[in-house]
Design a binder for this molecule. Sequence first.
Ligand code: TEU
Ligand code: CA
Length: 579
Amino acid sequence: MDLQEFFSEEQDRYWWKNAVIYHIYPRSFMDANGDGIGDLQGIIQKLPYLAELGVDAVWMGPVFDSPHVDNGYDVRNYRSIDPMFGSDRDMADLIDAAHAHGIKVLLDLVLNHSSDQHAWFQASAASREGEYADYYIWRDPAQDGGPPNSWKAVFGGPAWTWVEARQQYYLHLFSPQQPDLNWEHPALRSELTEIANFWIERGADGFRMDVINFISKAQDFPELEERGVHGVFIDGPRMLEFLQEFRAGLIDQDVVLVGETPGVTAEAARAYTDPENKALDMVLTFEHLEVDQIPGSKWEPRSWQPADLMKVLADWQTLTAEPRWHALYMSNHDQPRVVSRYGNDGTYRYESASALAVLWYLQRGTPIVYQGDEIGMRNFPIQGYNDLSDLESRNAWESMEDEGLPREEILRRIRRVARDNGRTPMQWTGEKHAGFTEADAPWYPLNPDSSEWNAESQAQSENGRSLLQFYQQLLILLKDEVFRSGDFTLLGGGSTWTAYQRRSAGETAIVVVNLSDECLEPEIFSSALPTAPENCELLLCNYMEGSSSVEAGTGAAFGAASGELRPYEARVLYYRSGS
Ligand code: TEU
Ligand code: CA
């Protein structure tokens, strides 16, 4: 093999280091058959849109057979497509069509738990004997007949549920309808590897692995007051071993494995993403989604400033530096919309949404764009309990009510972070139901701003403030070598702004972002920036069109950087060093 062959093979193998992933929430993306729910044929219809946007891969939320207690994160059969989304044939067509567009396909594997309607659980719950008896986590009652410990489920209530037939409790870290699988049982583990292989044979290029760092539990199931969660059910004792075994069992070693890892410790994340360990390729961490809330209590807000957010991001950049890799995401189907959360979804909606994209996606790692963020979709104006569809927010509303919180306070909390916010249907056009569906009623209402904020109008806009067009430019820009492979250094930040640098051999890029509603005088930020060489250029600015104070490619970019930063202005400066 000559050197050139070697490099191109390496490039093939690590395609995901040079890729932009688009995250699709299937039920809200595009409805092709008019039943009000997004589906696989709808995704096929929109592949040209994704190709145009500059996407290299899609990650689809789970589309497998499910009773949908948790919108598909409760799988009844891992090998067949839920009729709600289409047929097995549609999935084959989707994978082929995506590949024809040069788009890879990542599937969402939910292997920490299944649905309670999965045949394995039905058998396991029926008897202590038989093939499936140990597929789930069963424990005898405590002395007093109660659950084995006092763990609470993420979606409320105890994490253990009693089953008469077995005279035992089973563990469910999420809802009672999502029993945790027993990874201690070797037969279960090989069964799960075979599921991944089933989809690799059908063309999957990789997997997003749901709450994957919860799969190994400390077998003494201690009270959390004693030992905390880490090493108990988060990053448990056999995590690395399980991941390595899973990966080694795959029929294609080059598929990409993106682990969703809530609460992961730095040490564990570094182990999972160390290439020598052959475990995961990158992890989805959560600290950047917690700077605005009380740790461990997502419903209670706390104040934050840009420097706090950037510190979290920068720390993870350091932790996942060469030879590791990282996933860069701002929001997902479990989160409020990023422009509502960290931007200004009123006056500066375009400016703040574009500024956040620059800040996030020019870091080192693989950008993952959540559907609708590229058109500035914002939180849904939730009016009350009846606007909630998600089990987590419904349960949270009920328990806050039980605690006696006033209705306005409940509504305020729910509106801020309910998962429903990020799950409203995609806004394609200014027409009825935003072109998402021809049904009279979509499964969840469209955000009422869709007549104004939609993909079609942004694709056609010529006013220089189209977020969609800005995203297209940004996704091209981030393919530059300095952003793909350059080192990351935090330059500075404060209550209104932040700046960082990327540097590769001979190239430097500087990202300066105003994350406030105010104009910032240069004194505030310029001392954090290195001295500008003559040949410095302005590569990108979200005020580029019709801009008076900044001109691209004039060599005066640092001059521009020392001009004031307008509200939510983001600038990307670039120069070749040693020239
Ligand atoms: O989310 C895992 C996760 O971290 C959530 O429990 C998060 O804490 C939650 O949304 C509370 O705000 C994954 C999926 O992305 C999510 O949709 C599922 O509900 C969950 O796992 C269970 O499968
Ligand atoms: Ca449909």
